[in-house]
Design a protein. Structure first.
Length: 91
C-alpha cells in the first residue's frame, strides 16, 4: 500500500480555505465517486482503493492518502495532480 503525505502552505483565511477545500471535494465527488465528510477542520474522503484526509491548519493544508494495491502503481501521477490542484486553489 502506498501513501501520500503533502503539506502545502496557503495564505487564505480559515473560511476561504474551507470553501476552497469544499470546491475540491465537490469535484472529487463528481469525477471519481469519492465520498467526503467534514470532521471539525478535517475533510475525510474515501472510495474503493483510496482513503485519506485534508486537514486545515493555520497557513497550511496537510493532505494524506492511503492508496490501495491497484492505485499504488499510479502514486506519482496522483500526487502530481493533487499538487497541481493545491497550487491552483491555494496560491
Amino acid at each position: 500500500m502506498a501513501s501520500i503525505d503533502i503539506q502545502h502552505p496557503h495564505s487564505k483565511s480559515p473560511q476561504q480555505a474551507r470553501e476552497a477545500v469544499d470546491e475540491v471535494a465537490r469535484k472529487l465527488s463528481e469525477r471519481f465517486d469519492v465520498s467526503c465528510q467534514w470532521d471539525g477542520d478535517v475533510l475525510n474522503f474515501k472510495r474503493s482503493g483510496v482513503d485519506g484526509c485534508i486537514e486545515l491548519q493555520p497557513n497550511q493544508l496537510h493532505v494524506t492518502a492511503n492508496l490501495g494495491f491497484l492505485l499504488s502503481a499510479m502514486k506519482s501521477p496522483i500526487e502530481s495532480e493533487i499538487r497541481r490542484v493545491l497550487d491552483e486553489k491555494f496560491v
